[in-house]
Design a protein around this ligand. Structure first.
Ligand code: MEV
Length: 322
């Protein structure tokens, strides 16, 4: 049996506009997906997801592609597995794949990227296929493109490498040294939504030449560069202020909700350096940055405002076997 774990991610600044070429700052956090893989009946790949409560069986068809039994939710993951089987020259092999996760689904924490990356790693591990992290990230992105239509790739990158990353499309990522001097508290509104739809809508408005959005895009790019500098100086007051500014711009762009705004305000009132929605918005999660000793207070405030809170630390490792 081969087992792999991969972390969740939060976007500290720059979501949405990162798809259109602006930089974004993100961190891997210590909530994990776990995928275990063992040999199964030849030509059959069975995937079961504890979170989704479904099991799908895929059978190698005549043309070599796998035919599923209708559980559409697991088809994108099968695309990743198919690619790995191809690489290993193992199309006729059978696999039993079990997906478990403590990352809530569809709320902006990168659960699909994390699952794809842990699946790619576990399957490659079972087949004895040596892959670099870049290759794992690339293979996992097949699923991301299938689910999210036009992802920037930041989720797959962060869950693969772990740590804190400055990301810009078309440029090598810059890995920042993680710190324990600050705490991230996540607040989940519990309202799930489709990242792909939200990204498409924003993309459509930008393509149509929405001047307000284009101005916001430049402003958010500047915020990320300042956030990067503040992080490097360990100036978390400044970083928090920049997160507040980023939230305001995302609110004006129409991707926040009143629930998200309430959690953000509650976290700030409880003493966070700053707070903002994280991921695509439209529901999902927010994050607050705070001093480690204030994490408890901020968590309580988020819960009192109706959110589910997770006080998390930065994951420094990314995907791992075992
Ligand atoms: C999703 O975690 C972040 C978005 O910017 C989409 C993407 O970058 O692919 C909304």
């Amino acid at each position: 049996m081969s087992i792999a774990h991969a972390p969740a991610k939060v976007i500290i600044t720059g979501e949405h506009f990162v798809v259109h070429g602006q930089p974004a700052l993100a961190a891997a956090v210590n909530l994990y997906s776990t995928v275990s893989v063992e040999a199964g009946s030849p030509g059959i790949v069975e995937i079961s997801s504890t979170e989704l409560g479904v099991t799908a069986r895929f059978q190698a068809g005549k043309e070599g592609s796998f035919i599923g039994d209708g559980h559409r939710m697991l088809e994108p993951l099968m695309l990743v597995i198919e690619k790995i089987l191809d690489r290993a020259g193992g199309r006729g092999l059978g696999l039993r794949v079990r997906v478990e996760s403590e990352i809530p689904v569809g709320v902006g924490l990168g659960s699909s990227a994390s699952t794809a990356v842990s699946t790619a790693t576990a399957v490659a591990g079972l087949l004895g296929l040596k892959l670099t992290r870049d290759q794992i990230c690339e293979l996992a992105s097949v699923q991301e493109r299938s689910i999210h239509k036009k992802p920037s790739g930041i989720d797959a990158l962060v869950t693969t490498y772990g740590g804190v990353v400055l990301f810009k499309l078309g440029q090598p990522p810059f890995h920042l040294e993680p710190t324990d001097d600050v705490r991230i508290v996540i607040g989940n509104t519990g309202a799930s939504r489709s990242t792909g739809d939200l990204v498409s809508r924003m993309g459509h408005r930008i393509q149509m030449g929405d001047m307000d959005l284009m101005r916001m895009s430049d402003a958010v790019g500047q915020i990320t560069l300042k956030a990067f500098e503040a992080y490097m100086r360990r100036d978390f007051h400044q970083l928090g202020q920049l997160m507040d500014e980023n939230h305001e711009l995302l609110r004006q762009a129409g991707v926040s909700t009143s629930q998200l705004d309430n959690l953000v305000e509650a976290a700030r009132d409880a003493g966070a350096f700053g707070a903002k929605l994280t991921g695509a918005g439209g529901g999902g999660c927010m994050i607050a940055l705070c001093r480690p000793d204030e994490g408890g207070r901020v968590s309580k405030a988020i819960e009192a405002a109706g959110g589910r809170s997770y006080s998390v630390a930065v994951d420094r490792v990314g995907v791992r076997i075992g």
